[in-house]
Ligand binder design. Sequence first.
Ligand code: KIV
Length: 285
Amino acid sequence: MERKVTVPDILKRKGGDPIVALTAYDFPFGRIADIAGIDFILVGDSLGMVVQGMDTTLPVTLDEMVYHCRMVARARQRALLVCDLPFGSYQVSPVDAVRNASRLVKEGGAEAVKLEGGVAMAETIRAIASVDIPVMGHIGLTPQSVHRMGGHKVQGQRHGAKAGQRERIIDDALAVEDAGAFALVLEGMPLDLAAEITDRLTIPTIGIGAGAHCDGQILVLHDVLGLSDRTSPKFAKRYAELWQAAGAAIADYAREVRNHTFPNDSHSFHSLTSVPREEKAAAEG
Ligand code: KIV
């Protein structure tokens, strides 16, 4: 195994070799991602949409995040493990946020937590980081703000200081770094805005739908693998078509059971009780 990736390793990659990140939500895919050499695995609250089949990430609970994080924690050996704080688990108060982040570490096996928001979350990020739980920020298109944004819409395309506007997103980025985050996810924003933020920050930026000028990239596992019958977002690239492959495999299985070609003798067990050799010889005369 290559050496374990740590939070200081991620920090050192600022401006260096691109950081490669991917989401995972269970043991098999956590293991596959780890063996493939992903630098950090995010147990994202996107699991609400790609695993639980919901329209938004909002209903995902802390217990569910702990459950999925624990599965991935068992699977990965090298990658850094980051787990999302779900909606409602950190917005009430910094004390609440520290308590809930601690659960992801103690019960889920997370090595860092991620939360959404900029200026408004600075005090919360500071509180979590102050107890040595590393925090990753997430600004721009923040899925937990879906109702404020009016959908999962690209942010920062217009100038202004209101939520979702360019200068506000830059302020958000600076506030997250100042509060002590070790990395920052930039989601769904123009590539020149992501480039400007990447240049101004000393912590690595991780892009998703934010162009090539970030210090790293992250994608949702199901988009990378084509493990969905929905069209993937514009910014994602499908490197496989597992939805079709899985459907074809299951249809083959059903066909073979129905036409009696599965199971055959090679899939069958044989009885161990055979006639002892002496009895067989006596019977044969
Ligand atoms: O929940 C998630 O998967 C995420 C990534 C898209 C960054 O936050």
